[in-house]
Write a protein that binds this ligand. Structure first.
Ligand code: ADP
Length: 619
């Protein structure tokens, strides 16, 4: 046996083996970072350096104390429970956590491992422990931060899902509710299972690439319903791991709302832009926010010129500002107002409009302008036609009266002389027979003339010949030849302008006009020694004005209108029915022309003018 082997303990020897084992325990216990102590009953019989280090007590101080001294009241309770267990089963190894107090009052946590032990031949408890104070603090911090996260994320209006490697590791209430899963179902579920197949690739790509901007996708709920959502993801560190948090906002409702709004907007725009009325949208300050095309058409302003402009400055004529202000007050009180008024266009025209102002809550108002110029014109035309009709009615009344009166006078003559004739015949007095019969005949002729002229007048309204193009020079020439042929001993000079144009009209009727006017000129020449009649023309843009002048008896200004009336004769002794100028006037009016007379006074001649519109004859 060598020296070395002589120093070796004899492991077969029980004493040596125990000593060796004690030595090994001591070495281990003295050097381990673990806290090791041995209790016999409630007292420390061994404490290692790590225990001294953490508790702050020296070995001697520790050996003077029971271990209850070290424990917080809560940990004492836990320990008592474990000791009960130990009593039932003495060989049990127990592991539990306690909180202890160091000499300086600091609290620390220990993870205890207690096992039955024999120390110095007596039963004891061997306790090995680890300082888990930091771990506990970390756990608490984590618990607090998780609670805070949960509270925050549950309060969020958006769904929040935290995933790690594509697996959901946390989700807030809203995300669970939204997708229809329980929290426990969500956690552990692959994120891809919550995404619709068509969005899956996009979502996965964004998760892998750490894309952080919002994007739209479709998610699928537990009940397979699809929801259009906006997702925004972000990588962050969670419990020391790199995870991805994604907020999910349901756009389906918003999309539906947007669609609804768009539908309304489209309908409104269709109405606004296609309205046959001019419409302007004003804000609460009555500044123009928008106008429709009809507004531009009616008032001449384009959109650019109107936007932001005060409505009244653009449209309201100065003298109507007061009326406008009254409107504004009504509208600001939330009333709809309708007025018929006048508004000014860009080029300074005043137009008749009906303005309807409809207040729009929180925004301003719509102002609708209906152009009633046409209606106004029609009203004016109707009024004019009514006036004319009234005039015609009055004329008709006068006509009936005059006709019956003028027709009656030859009849009375006829009746009177016929009675006389019979009396004279009865008495056999035949000497006045010829004279009386002639009177009867004259009266009958006068009636015939009257009826003829009346018939002629009524014809003018009913019978117009087709319009043709003809030379006025030729026509006047023919009239002059006709008249001078039937003239006896009257040396009258008739001068016809060489400038008479071609016209398009009813030739036969214009012939009547010329004949009538020239014949009147001759008839009312008086005792003029150098009688003269001039037919002339004046080119007045879109019409010709013809004139027939004489140097005869003339006409007083007050008769300028009356002579065109029926049966109007300024001198009752002059032959004629007084219908001629009425017929002439009617013919000219049927040609859309005018007729009037001017005279320098009695004895100074008269000039009759009539106009004919320039018409173009298409063969
Ligand atoms: P008539 O058919 O009997 O000729 P008119 O209607 O032609 O009657 O004329 C009406 C009246 O107008 C005449 O009776 C006359 O007093 C007046 N008058 C018409 N032409 C002239 C004229 N050239 N100069 C003066 N008086 C005229």
């Amino acid at each position: 046996m060598n020296k070395e082997s002589a120093n070796q303990p004899d492991l077969n020897n029980l004493q040596d083996r125990l000593a060796n084992s004690n030595e090994m325990f001591r070495t281990l216990a003295e050097n381990t970072p673990a806290i090791i102590y041995i209790l016999q009953g409630e007292r420390f019989v061994y404490v290692n350096p790590s225990f001294i280090n953490i508790s702050g007590y020296s070995k001697d101080e520790a050996y003077q104390m029971t271990f209850w001294h070290f424990l917080t009241p809560e940990s004492q309770t836990v320990t008592i429970k474990n000791m009960e267990l130990r009593k039932e089963n003495p060989n049990l190894t127990l592991r539990y956590e306690v909180q202890a107090r160091a000499k300086d009052g600091q609290l620390y946590w220990l993870d205890l491992n207690t096992s039955p032990f024999t120390f110095n031949g007596k039963p004891a408890t061997l306790v090995s422990a680890f300082d888990i104070t930091k771990l506990k603090a970390d756990e608490e911090a984590l618990r607090i931060s998780e609670a805070r996260f949960k509270a925050l994320s549950d309060a969020s209006f958006e769904g929040i899902i935290i995933s790690e490697n594509g697996i959901c590791i946390n989700a807030n209430q809203r995300a669970c509710q939204f997708l229809g899963y329980e929290y426990e179902e969500m956690v552990g579920m692959p994120v891809s299972a919550m995404i619709s197949p068509e969005s899956r690739e996009t979502v996965q790509r964004n998760m892998v690439n750490g894309y952080e901007l919002p994007y739209e996708a479709t998610v699928v709920g537990k009940d397979s319903a699809l929801y259009h959502v906006e997702i925004q993801g972000r990588m962050f560190s969670y419990q020391g791991r790199q995870v991805r948090a994604a907020s999910i906002r349901n756009l389906t409702f918003r999309k539906e709302q947007e669609l609804e709004i768009e539908k309304h907007t489209r309908r409104f725009q269709a109405l606004f832009y296609n309205s046959p009325d001019a419409v302007v949208l004003c804000d609460l300050n009555l500044l123009i926010s928008d106008i429709n095309p009809c507004f531009t058409e009616l008032f001449g302003y384009n959109r650019q010129e109107c936007l932001g402009q005060p409505l009244d400055q653009i449209l309201v004529p100065h003298d109507l500002k007061h009326e406008y202000d009254t409107h504004v007050r009504l509208v600001l009180d939330g009333n709809t107002s309708v007025t018929e008024t006048i508004r000014r266009t860009k080029d300074g025209r005043n137009i008749n409009v009906i303005v309807k102002v409809i207040p729009v809550e929180y925004f301003g108002c719509f102002v609708i302008y209906s152009d009633i110029s046409d209606r106004k014109r029609q009203e004016a035309t109707i009024k004019q036609q009514l006036d004319e009709l009234e005039k015609k009615n009055a004329e008709m009344e006068r006509f009936t009266y005059t006709v019956s009166h003028d027709l009656r006078s030859p009849l009375i003559t006829i009746k009177g002389f016929a009675g006389l004739l019979i009396d004279n015949l009865k008495r056999g007095q035949l000497e006045r027979l010829d004279q009386d019969l002639e009177r009867i005949l004259n009266a009958a002729n006068k009636m015939d003339d009257l009826l003829h002229d009346l018939l002629e007048l009524s014809r003018v309204g009913r019978l117009l010949n087709p319009f043709t193009q003809f030379s006025m020079t030729d026509l006047v020439q023919e009239v002059v030849e006709l008249i001078t042929g039937s003239m006896q001993n009257k040396e009258i000079e008739i001068l016809v302008s060489p400038a008479l144009p071609d016209v398009v009209a009813d030739r036969a009727r214009i012939f009547e006009v010329m004949q009538n006017l020239i014949e009147n000129g001759i008839k009312f020449m008086g005792d003029q020694t150098k009688p003269c009649i001039i037919v002339d023309v004046y080119d007045n843009n879109d019409e010709f004005i013809f004139s027939v002048s004489d140097n005869g008896i003339g006409i007083e200004t007050r008769y300028y209108d009356t002579i065109f009336g029926l049966f109007e004769k300024l001198n009752p002794n002059v032959e004629g029915t007084g219908i001629g100028l009425s017929i002439v006037k009617r013919i000219i009016e049927f040609h859309q022309g005018r007729i009037w007379v001017e005279s320098s006074g009695p004895g100074r001649g008269s000039t009759f003018y009539f106009s004919l519109p320039k018409l173009y004859y298409a063969n």
